[in-house]
Design a protein. Structure first.
Length: 146
């Protein structure tokens, strides 16, 4: 089973059961952001979490194995047109160089890890319109000189 086939089966089961990503992540005892990424095929799922996801969604061992499999992290290189994803590209396009400058000023020449990394998405209610809070927490990786 491919990661794409796995994701399709998960999405169908999630909708049929009326479950949220938070409910699925709670069953797996892990972060909703990480578990969603696993279910979308971009990360491998730890063994106990894969079993919990399959149990709550009523999916079989083939899906379990696909969840545990190591992914090839490839995505479309074109700028996406989905408005939510496009806006995140826009944020990086507008503020990417700024973030790079500030990170390097504070830490030195290096990057933020996307491996030793966590992310949370929160909702902040506001009378002028609810706010999206995205917190990314990654280890700083200094470039080596040799």
């Amino acid at each position: 089973m491919t990661k794409i086939e796995m994701t399709e089966m998960i999405m169908v089961a999630k909708a049929a059961k009326g479950l949220s990503w938070e409910a699925i992540a709670a069953a797996a005892d892990m972060s909703p952001v990480f578990i969603t990424s696993c279910c979308l095929g971009m990360n491998s799922t730890p063994v106990p979490a894969a079993a919990a996801i399959c149990e709550i969604l009523g999916l079989d061992a083939e899906v379990n194995a696909a969840l545990e499999a190591f992914p090839t992290k490839i995505w479309d290189q074109a700028v996406p047109t989905d408005p939510c994803i496009y806006r995140l590209y826009e944020v990086v396009g507008v503020y990417g160089d700024t973030l790079k400058e500030i990170i390097q000023e504070k830490f030195g020449d290096g990057i933020m890890s996307a491996i030793d990394f966590t992310m949370e998405v929160e909702k902040k209610e506001n009378p002028k319109g609810d706010r999206v809070i995205i917190t990314m927490d990654g280890k700083f990786l200094k470039y080596n000189a040799w």
